[in-house]
Every structure is written in C-alpha cells, then in structure tokens.
Design a protein around this ligand. Structure first.
Ligand SMILES: Cc1cc2nc3c(=O)[nH]c(=O)nc-3n(C[C@H](O)[C@H](O)[C@H](O)COP(=O)(O)OP(=O)(O)OC[C@H]3O[C@@H](n4cnc5c(N)ncnc54)[C@H](O)[C@@H]3O)c2cc1C
Ligand code: FES
Ligand code: FES
Length: 461
C-alpha cells in the first residue's frame, strides 16, 4: 500500500510514504529518534510505548492514549501524534512533579508512558482528577520496580494537563489536511488492518512488508447511527467509542461496567468491534455480547453489499461466512424492546486478561414467563457459541430455579470445551454452569437467586 500520509508528530508536520503497516513505535524511534517512547513487550501489555493520538472533532482535537506498538503509521493520517518529547517543556509538568514527589519512579523505563497516559486523562477533563480516573489511566501500565501505591497517589496532587503552547494551533493545522491521503489505499491488498491489536500480536514482523488495507483511512466504516429498525455501528468503532456512546448505552445500559473488564483503556482506544468479530476468537468478549444480542453483519465488496446474521457467521474454528475481498462494514444491533441483558467473564486475573469462559444473555419475559432467550458462551467450543438448543428450551418456561437448572443441563450437552492453558475442560464446564446461574441471579434476583437455585439443586452444593 503506497499512500502519502500527512500528519503532525509533536510540533512537526510530517509527510511520509513509509509502509502504512509500519508500527508507530518503530516510526518514532527509528525514523525520528524519539526514544522516550519505550519498547517493552511489543504486545500491548506493558504501556511503555504509550503515545497520544489526537483527532479533530468539530473545532477541537480529542486525544486518546494508545499503545504505539499496536498501531500502524497508516492510521495517523490527518491526526496529531504526541510522544513524551512533545509534552515536555523546560519545567516539569504537574504530572511529572507529582510522580517525583510521590517517589513514583526508580529505573524510569515505565515513566514516560505513564506520564503520557495520565496527561491524556487530564486533557479536556473538567473536574479534578480522582482515584478511579487515575487507576483507569494506569491500568495498561506495568512498573516492575516502584510499585503502584506511589503512582496511584499522584491523583491527590493538583494535576493539570500543562500542554505546550503549540497545542493551541493543532485544530487549525489538522483542519488543513485532506481527509483521505493521496495514493492508492487498497491495491491488491490481502489483509485488512483495523486496530491492529490482534494482527500485530499474531503477525507483527510481517505486516509492514505485506500489501495491507489500512481500514482506518475509510471513513465510511466509522460512526454510530440510530435507524428506524437498528442501531448501526461502523465496524471500525473502537471498544471505547462503543461503550461511551449514548445510543449504545440505551441498548446496553451496563456496557461501561463490562468494558472495565475488557483489555486496558490504551487497547480499547484501538481495538475495533469489527476486528473482534472477524478475528473469530472463541473468547472474544465483545463478540459474545453481540452474539447474544442477535446482530446482523453487513459486508461490502466489489460485488456489492451482503448481510449475514451473526448466528450463522461462525462456521468452525476461524472459519467464517465471509467471502474473499469482503470487508465488514456495519454491525446492526436490534433495539432494546424491553429485553434484559447480562454479560459475565471469568479470567485468571480479574482485569487485563483474556477470558477462560465468558457469556452473555439477552432475555425477554412477560409476567415471569420467558418469551425469548439468547445465551451465548465463549471458550467452550471452537467458535463463539450461541446455545441454540438451550435457548429454544427456555422459551415459554417460567423463570424459576428449575428452569435455570434445565438450561444448565442443556448447555452442558451443547458445549465441547477442551483443556488448555486457561483451564481444564471440566473447569470450563463448571464455569458455564456458574455463569448461567449468574445471569438469572443478576436479572431475576427474586425468582432465581443463587440461593434459590442452589436449594433446588443438590449437585450444585
Ligand atoms: C493487550 C491486549 C489485550 C486484549 N484484551 C482483550 C480482551 O480483554 N478481550 C477481547 O475480546 N480481546 C482482547 N484483545 C484482543 C483484541 O484487542 C480484540 O480482538 C480487538 O477487537 C481486535 O480488533 P482490531 O481492530 O485491533 O483488529 P485487527 O488486529 O486489526 O484485525 C483482526 C482481524 O480482523 C480482520 N478485520 C478487522 N476489521 C475488519 C473489517 N472491518 N472487515 C474485515 N476484516 C476485518 C483483520 O484482517 C484481522 O484478521 C486484546 C489484545 C491485546 C493486544
Ligand atoms: S511495548 Fe509494551 S505495550 Fe507497547
Ligand atoms: S520505575 Fe522501573 S519499571 Fe517502573
């Protein structure tokens, strides 16, 4: 892919035609010697490489912290890339000073990324920094020497973003950049790259040299729109954009809470819904939620537009009903229509870990009788699994402990977990049972609490 990319790196205007799949991390370190951006894990896990990426939204620039080891340079067109060097002036910023005052750095390897993330959290923030926001900003960062207590303590200092003066000119400067770069974005592309958070982990060394289509350059894949029948979500919508959007919150009221258990903020600012679905991991967290919702997927290619129900999309391990050359354009969410939703995830660590088993339910009832149930479970089959037989069995049943136990029993027949690094097959069966019980206990505490279900089930004790 040869395109002329145009963006800003700190205060400098950049025009480049380096391979669009080159990592932002490599670009800033190797081409611009900005070595404050550290290379740690190169897998999105440690936060040493965090930078800010600013994008014009109306008349202001909105900045997000992202891991530069997961982002292609191609995604920077029209944007403002800020490294620790671009935040530093002659004096320490209040964030830097607070870290010094709290003894929050020893070897200092993690410090630049942490300063960038904390500064990102302060930009545009109207209320003073609090502990929760500090913890979220620090969430994607590992520090191997200092410990997190002193880092978390920085919130109690009067913190400001303290941006250098050149930031004021960025809205005007970005406004002058053409929306689409010159050059051909998709010549014989064999690989579509969205957020890159799966592709770079799986295949990082190859991507810069392969013909890829950087989907981020295609604005038609972005945006969230409420139509008469559906909530249409562009496939390039990031996890964080999805969870913050008011229309999404009206369909999935607890989406913010769920997202707290999915990756780190710096990854959620890159990871897209489309990437989670097409990557087809049996434990994709957002995929399981969308599968339980009953979404439709809209694909586009030179052959036209095609819609596939998500229920029929996953054919086998990483085998999809997706044709060569097709790009996932939209995910269509059905309206809430009074349905209740719940999503659960069990992983080895509560935060920043992939699931051992995850599950979601969408359920409607009339006076305590189920009219429709859709339970999806991840990590128990080669595909993200919709429990079709269990869901059919639930329809028309009263919500009570016996129904929950019938669902648990039916689910055990539908799943086929294998033992692997995340847990044994037996453990995953146990988790499937517990998560189904948890769904009902959470949504119908008076009819099917954990206590009531356990009282009805001798085997559960
Ligand atoms: C540190 C870290 C933590 C993570 N934590 C979690 C977690 O907690 N839960 C979780 O579910 N996942 C997690 N992930 C995995 C990853 O972030 C998600 O799967 C993410 O949704 C992938 O989206 P992406 O845009 O980055 O995909 P990419 O890596 O860009 O692409 C993934 C695949 O989808 C294809 N693709 C992407 N978009 C399209 C499209 N529109 N049309 C056609 N094909 C497309 C690509 O060709 C590729 O095959 C984590 C990843 C990292 C690095
Ligand atoms: S180098 Fe570890 S997150 Fe990028
Ligand atoms: S100060 Fe050494 S890794 Fe954090």
């Amino acid at each position: 892919m040869m395109v002329d990319l145009h963006f800003y790196l700190n205060q400098n205007e950049i025009r480049t035609s380096v391979p669009a799949g080159m990592l932002v991390l490599d670009f800033v370190r190797q081409h611009h010697r900005l070595t404050g951006v550290k290379e740690g894990c190169k897998e999105g896990d440690c936060g040493a490489c965090v930078v800010l990426v600013g994008e014009l939204a109306g008349s202001e620039v909105k900045y997000k912290a992202i891991t530069s080891c997961m982002m292609p340079v191609g995604g920077l067109h029209g944007k403002h890339l800020v490294t620790i060097e671009g935040l530093s002036g002659e004096e320490l910023s209040s964030v830097q000073q607070a870290i010094v005052d709290e003894g929050g750095a020893q070897c200092g390897f993690c410090t630049p990324g942490i300063v960038v993330s904390l500064t990102g959290a302060l930009i545009g923030r109207e209320e003073p920094m609090d502990l929760e926001a500090t913890k979220e900003a620090l969430g994607g960062h590992l520090c191997r020497c200092t410990g997190y207590r002193s880092l978390k303590a920085v919130w109690s200092h009067p913190l400001e973003a303290d941006l250098p003066a050149y930031f004021e000119r960025m809205p005007d400067r970005l406004g002058l950049i053409e929306a689409t770069p010159a050059g051909d974005g998709r010549p014989d592309a064999i690989l579509a790259l969205a957020g890159g958070t799966d592709l770079y982990v799986q295949n990082g060394d190859d991507i810069p040299t392969r013909p890829i289509a950087v989907l981020n350059l295609d604005h038609s894949l972005k945006g969230i729109e409420q139509t008469q029948s559906h909530l249409e979500v562009g496939a390039l919508t990031t996890f964080e954009e999805f969870s913050q959007h008011p229309d999404v919150r009206s369909v999935i009221p607890d989406i913010g809470t769920y997202m707290g258990q999915i990756a780190s903020l710096q990854i959620r600012n890159l990871a897209t819904l489309g990437g989670n679905i097409v990557n087809a991991s049996p434990i994709g967290d957002v995929t399981i939620l969308l599968l339980a919702l009953g979404c439709d997927l809209e694909f586009t290619s030179t052959q036209g537009v095609r819609t596939v129900g998500m229920d029929d999309f996953f054919l086998g391990y990483k085998k999809l009903d997706m044709r060569s050359g097709e790009i996932l354009r939209k995910i269509k969410l059905p309206p809430a229509n009074g349905a209740k939703l719940n999503w659960e995830k069990v992983s080895k660590r509560k935060f920043l870990d992939i699931a051992t088993v995850n599950s979601a339910i969408r359920i409607t009832d009339e006076d305590g009788v189920i009219t429709e149930a859709r339970i999806a479970v991840g990590g128990v089959a080669p595909i993200p699994l919709l429990l079709k037989e269990t869901n059919a069995l639930l329809s028309g049943r009263p919500i009570n402990p016996e129904t929950v136990l019938a669902a648990v029993e039916s689910a055990q027949r539908e799943i086929s977990p294998i033992s692997d690094i995340r847990g044994s097959a037996a453990y995953k069966r146990l988790l499937t049972r517990q998560l189904i019980i948890a769904h009902f206990a959470d949504l119908y505490p008076s009819r099917a609490s954990v206590r009531l279900v356990y009282e009805a089930c001798q085997l559960c004790i």
